[in-house]
Design a protein around this ligand. Structure first.
Ligand SMILES: Nc1ncnc2c1ncn2[C@@H]1O[C@H](COP(=O)(O)OP(=O)(O)OP(=O)(O)O)[C@@H](O)[C@H]1O
Ligand SMILES: [Mg+2]
Length: 165
């Protein structure tokens, strides 16, 4: 577990870019799911902006709150798409199932970033990377990243796949 303090939105975006570099080693049979936990305004969308920019996407990343899900085509590190999901307005995992969660989660080229993952917790039972955002003051945020989780996710995914009918 690594704990970072950032002092500006730009610093949070930079942290996301270094996080993106560490994802390079991750190879798995399903999508890599990243859950961004933390209160309103704690920097989840800001971090996602940096992450998406790290994969060379030039377009502006706005909060997908009103569309729930946005898909960006990317190249590199074995990923073909970043899918940014804001589950804030979702009241159950069923609502994300309707948006094709099963299909996007089965695709190993997908990097899925979920804000408010606790709203769709049952869909994340296969394991996901956990990032926690805390608001300290106007410009300061604490961001905890569990870099160890991709391996755990990988092993779990393999075991589950092996045991699946
Ligand atoms: N250190 C910092 N890191 C990230 N954002 C910061 C920081 N300092 C100030 N900010 C500002 O805080 C706001 C963070 O908003 P952001 O949309 O990223 O939060 P969020 O966690 O996605 O909230 P929500 O739950 O509403 O989606 C932005 O306006 C950003 O400019
Ligand atoms: Mg947000």
């Amino acid at each position: 577990m690594a704990v970072y303090t950032t002092h500006s939105a730009e610093e949070t975006r930079r942290l996301a870019r270094s996080f993106a570099k560490k994802l390079g080693a991750v190879r798995q049979q399903r999508a890599l799911v990243v859950g961004l936990y933390g209160n309103l305004g704690s920097g989840k969308t800001t971090f996602t902006q940096g992450l998406i920019a790290a994969f060379g996407v030039k377009e502006d990343v706005t909060s997908p709150t009103f569309v729930i899900e946005k898909i960006y085509k990317i190249k590199g590190k074995g990923f073909s798409h970043i899918i940014h999901i804001d589950a804030y307005r979702l009241r159950s995992a069923d609502e994300l199932k309707v948006l094709g969660w099963k299909e996007i989660e089965a695709e190993s080229g997908n990097l899925i970033v979920v804000e408010w993952p606790e709203h769709v917790a049952e869909l994340l039972s296969r394991g996901h990377l956990i990032l926690r955002f805390s608001f300290i003051n106007h410009n300061e945020r604490i961001i905890e990243i569990d870099y160890g989780s991709p391996e755990k996710t990988k092993r779990k995914t393999k075991k589950e796949t092996a045991g699946a009918p």
